[in-house]
Ligand binder design. Structure first.
Ligand SMILES: [Zn+2]
Ligand SMILES: [Zn+2]
Length: 279
């Protein structure tokens, strides 16, 4: 709770000072985001405990002890950068898969539904989405035997990074923008512009997007609008239910007899998004 208060005390004035777009503090969807902020954590905690349990099992029964021991014995200051490199590679591919697999996109589209992007948009995420992302980042770290201190430091860095990259601030990091994920870089990820779609997946290290051909940073331009191209619910419970509703309605459509006219329409919330090719 103290950390949250600190986040508010830092990001509210920070956004006034460096605003990328004019936006009110009491913006649309604020109450829904508050629900995400206070209720998501409990659901996510259960998922993280499950990830840790499976990773510990893999560490003990599959990976050679020599590997996990060597990593665990590395000095803290060596473990932390390696942990960030590995975890962000996990974030990159988990995030990309959440975009390209239509059933998973229904979960992740809850995060992309935000139309007024600011620091608080960071927590506008379906709990299953958070669990997938956490699994991508933390599973390899626990399984490979990184120390609790190194994993804790990565989590702390990621905690601040996620508020920062969503914040409504003008920051692009200049020559470092193709190495580190800046607010500008992640704002493009949320852009509703079709050219920016399925781009900029990394959490901390934008060079993964450069490496895998998914970086999008047009010079001298800024994203103008955010959100997805189909209607999304606006309250917390409806957003929690959204992927399940979308899956069921899609299944019903695919079960329909072939002679029936196609009933889905453009803008239908259950319409699968056009997948981007992997690679
Ligand atoms: Zn995304
Ligand atoms: Zn985001």
């Amino acid at each position: 709770m103290k950390q949250l208060l600190l986040v508010v005390l830092i990001f509210v004035p920070f956004e006034r000072l460096l605003a990328a777009r004019p936006q009110k503090i009491l913006r649309r969807g604020l109450l829904t985001d508050m629900a995400f902020l206070f209720l998501n954590g409990w659901l996510v905690l259960a998922g993280v405990i499950a990830i840790m349990a499976v990773a510990t099992l893999v560490k003990q029964s599959i990976l050679p002890a020599a590997v996990t021991q060597t990593i665990g014995d590395l000095p803290y200051l060596v473990q932390v950068p390696i942990a960030i490199l590995i975890a962000d590679l996990g974030v990159y591919w988990t995030h990309r898969i959440l975009h390209v697999v239509p059933a998973l996109w229904e979960i992740h589209s809850v995060h992309h539904a935000v139309e007024e992007l600011d620091w608080l948009a960071a927590i506008h995420q379906h709990p299953l989405d958070v669990m997938f992302m956490k699994a991508g980042a933390l599973f390899p770290l626990y399984a490979l035997g990184f120390s609790a201190e190194a994993i804790g430091t990565y989590l702390l860095i990621y905690f601040w990074q996620t508020w920062l990259v969503h914040a409504n601030v003008r920051l692009n990091y200049g020559p470092l923008r193709r190495i580190l994920v800046s607010p500008e870089f992640h704002h493009w990820h949320h852009s509703s512009d079709t050219a920016a779609r399925d781009k900029n997946f990394a959490g901390c290290l934008s060079f993964y997007d450069v490496l895998f051909g998914s970086a999008y940073l047009p010079k001298g331009q800024n994203p103008k609008a955010f959100g997805v191209d189909h209607p999304m619910p606006t309250n917390y419970l409806a957003l929690l239910a959204y992927p399940f509703v979308a899956w069921v309605s899609k299944r019903q459509r695919s079960d329909a007899p072939a002679i029936q006219p196609h009933i889905s329409q453009a803008g239908d919330p259950a319409q699968p998004r056009q997948s981007a090719p992997l690679g």
